[in-house]
Design a protein around this ligand. Structure first.
Ligand code: ASP
Ligand code: MG
Length: 411
């Protein structure tokens, strides 16, 4: 008998019919003898609808009140699911975050979980009840309702699994697992059976939207085995764990991530003295702009060119700051470019294999794609390229690293 935390996202509980289907599914697990805690999101579209109401009152609604309101979305689904279970003869009880006592800090709209009281949940499980908990919400030490940030129900699921030392945290969603890359870009993308927390974190922060990043961090920290599965299709899904199997079959690269969210800035002809990087990036960080990739080149005339990327939303403000800096330090010019994309190969297998980066560069060269910037970490190589080549690059890399699904008969 296992203790499983199952989280169902908004589309999985998006209608009464779907809630009934979820109840059927939970019932089957109960009949197998497993103890089940279910975490649900609001019905799909509901959180947006609620935020829309608040915005009709004020462009920037008071965060405390916003949390009081948006937390109602999940409160509706927990009650409906508990009713659907009870109707099927499955004893069940629903709780809001406050009722469980999911204690958070007081950062409304982006609160962090501090502690979970597991007593009530354990007593219910012992009495044979399925416990249905509202995702995305908690309560602070003063009794204020808080929420955990968009997509926060994933984090509730993982945090409950950690608190209860569950055997697995299953995230049910509208895809059947984590893929080697976005199947809309590469039709031959494959579902991964397994991926490590570290790789998943890279994939998630590089644009794969299957899981909220914080939930993956949390699962890694507390070593909660996490599985992504399709809500209504049978299948093993993708297991996210700590092990790095040293099997020969294991591909070197687990996945290819990409995003179009960055912009590039270059400052040219900067007098090359100690402290230059600080002079350039200091004001950028003082303006609260996050920098991602950085490249510096020395020219023969004792000047340097300095290039970095920021989020596209910050491009204009970063340009303004950089133009000021250029005047102050006597640089030649400042150039901005938003037509870029970042493509990354991710895999823990890189640690034990040499030449992974050059294989990446070779694949891009064969397609005539120019690399503008490069950065590497232990388990990732990222390049910046011209945006129009993004899809071609991802497909070429997917093939080069042997990630393409085998062709089915007749294809
Ligand atoms: N309902 C919340 C949202 O839409 C939380 C979640 O779905 O995970 O962001
Ligand atoms: Mg979600």
């Amino acid at each position: 008998m296992a203790l499983i935390v199952q989280k169902f996202g908004g589309t999985s509980v998006g209608s009464i019919e779907r809630i009934e289907q979820v109840a059927e599914k939970v019932k089957k697990f109960r009949e197998n003898g497993d103890d089940i805690v279910v975490v649900v999101s609001a019905m799909s579209g509901e959180t947006n609808r609620l935020i829309g109401l608040a915005k009709q009152i004020s462009e920037q609604p008071v965060p405390r009140e916003l949390d009081v309101m948006v937390s109602t979305g999940e409160q509706v689904t927990i009650a409906l699911l508990a009713m659907a279970l009870i109707k099927r003869g499955v004893p069940a009880v629903s709780y809001t975050g406050n009722q469980v006592r999911i204690l958070t800090d007081s950062s409304f709209t982006k609160a962090r979980i501090l502690q979970i009281d597991d007593q009530k949940l354990r007593a219910d499980l012992k009495a044979g009840r399925v416990v249905v908990v509202a995702g995305f919400q908690g309560v602070d030490e003063h009794g204020n309702i808080t929420t955990l940030g968009r997509g926060g129900s994933d984090t509730t699921g993982v945090a409950l699994a950690a608190a209860l030392k569950a055997d697995e945290c299953q995230i049910y969603t509208d895809v059947d697992g984590v893929y080697t890359t976005d199947p809309r870009v590469v039709p031959k993308a494959q579902r991964l059976d397994k991926i490590t927390f570290e790789e998943m974190l890279e994939m998630a922060s590089l644009g794969s939207k299957v899981l909220q990043i914080r939930s993956v961090e949390f699962a890694g920290k507390y070593n909660v085995p996490l599985r992504v599965l399709h809500s209504f299709q049978e299948g093993p899904g993708t297991l996210i764990t700590i092990d790095e199997e040293e099997s020969m079959e294991q591909p070197i690269i687990s996945g290819i991530a990409f995003n179009r969210d960055e912009a590039k800035l270059t400052i040219r002809g900067v007098p090359d003295n100690p402290g230059v990087a600080f002079k350039i990036l200091g004001p950028i960080s003082a303006a609260n702009i996050e920098v991602d990739m950085i490249v510096q080149n020395i020219a023969h005339d004792n000047t340097t060119d300095f290039t970095f990327t920021v989020h596209r939303n910050d491009h204009l403000s970063a340009m303004r700051v950089l133009e000021n800096t250029a005047r102050e330090i006597g640089a030649r010019e400042v150039i901005g470019d938003t037509d870029i994309a970042k493509v990354s190969i991710v895999g823990v297998g890189m640690r034990s294999h040499a030449g992974v980066a050059s294989r990446m560069f070779e694949a891009l060269a064969k397609e005539g794609i120019n690399i503008q910037m490069i950065s590497t970490s232990e388990i990732k190589v990222s390049v910046v390229i011209e945006e129009k080549y993004l899809e071609l690059a991802v497909r070429a890399l997917h093939t080069a690293f042997e990630l393409d699904a085998p062709a089915r008969q007749g294809e």
